[in-house]
Design a protein around this ligand. Structure first.
Ligand SMILES: [Zn+2]
Length: 263
């Protein structure tokens, strides 16, 4: 392997480590683990587990807070634009004098370019959340696939708004070392969150907001979603946003889109 550069060797190491993790865990679950398999499970799992932890910084920096002025928080809204919710949420933000960053999915931008333009025109930030948002597989992505997904999403945002994204958020917040390298290749900052109401699954707005408020402090990054889920009542996303903004206001918080002077 002497003909490989250190960088190339590191790449192969990552891939091997991932494969080892999968194989070893499979063996362990089948109940056929001998001493060597147990060791393999140990080493493979240690390398694999960070890929399955949201906002994990072990393989590269993930921004989970910013330096606030006073009681500022950063509101982020993922998975749009959507015909069901985007305009209604923009209306709520406008009525509450709030600004947000929308981490948008490329294929939804392609389907709804006018909604993407509307987000930008209302003074909010459009950022990159991959082209296809393949939650089930993207945490195990290759560097090449990740870069294609990121570049296509950025291209669509650029076409709709004239602005080049500077930030990236991974689907479900999961990442491996190769995804971190792809995000670096694309020149983007990797953004996570610190206050989530776990609203990626159907949940009562009150429960979502209580959970967020429990974690909110100045410099927090709040995560909300805008896509409608099965059995979700129409208007739930906008209602959740409206109540959250009122609670934040009551507790003296203001929203901002930070200029990335990050802590
Ligand atoms: Zn998402």
């Amino acid at each position: 392997m002497n003909y490989l550069t250190p960088k190339q060797r590191r790449r192969i190491g990552y891939v091997s480590a991932g494969a080892l993790g999968f194989g070893a865990i499979k063996t362990g679950l089948a109940g056929a683990a001998g001493t060597s398999s147990i060791l393999a499970v140990g080493s493979g799992a240690v390398l694999l587990i960070p890929s399955l932890l949201r906002n994990c910084s072990l393989y590269g920096q993930v921004i989970t807070s910013f330096v606030p002025v006073g009681r500022q928080v950063w509101l982020t809204i993922d998975d749009g634009p959507t015909p069901e919710n985007t305009l209604e949420m923009l209306d709520v933000l406008s009525r509450n004098n709030a600004k947000a960053t929308f981490f948008c999915i490329g294929k939804r931008i392609a389907d709804n370019p006018e909604l993407t333009t509307a987000i930008h025109s209302a003074g909010h930030s459009l950022q990159n959340h991959t082209y296809s948002h393949s939650v089930g597989t993207f945490w195990a992505t290759t560097r090449r696939r990740a870069l294609l997904e990121i570049r296509e999403c950025s291209r669509l945002i650029q076409n709709a708004s004239g602005i080049s994204p500077i930030q990236f958020r991974a689907p479900a917040g999961l990442a491996n070392p190769l995804l971190h390298r792809a995000v670096e290749d694309a020149g983007l900052s990797f953004v996570g969150w610190s206050a989530s109401g776990l609203d990626g699954v159907p949940r009562d707005p009150t429960a979502v907001i209580e959970r967020i408020m429990h974690s909110v402090k100045p410099g927090a990054i709040i995560l909300l979603h805008e896509s409608s889920l099965k059995n979700m009542k129409p208007g739930t996303r906008a209602k959740t946003l409206e109540i959250l903004l009122k609670r934040l206001h009551q507790e003296g918080f203001t929203t901002t889109i930070p200029s990335l002077q990050l802590s």
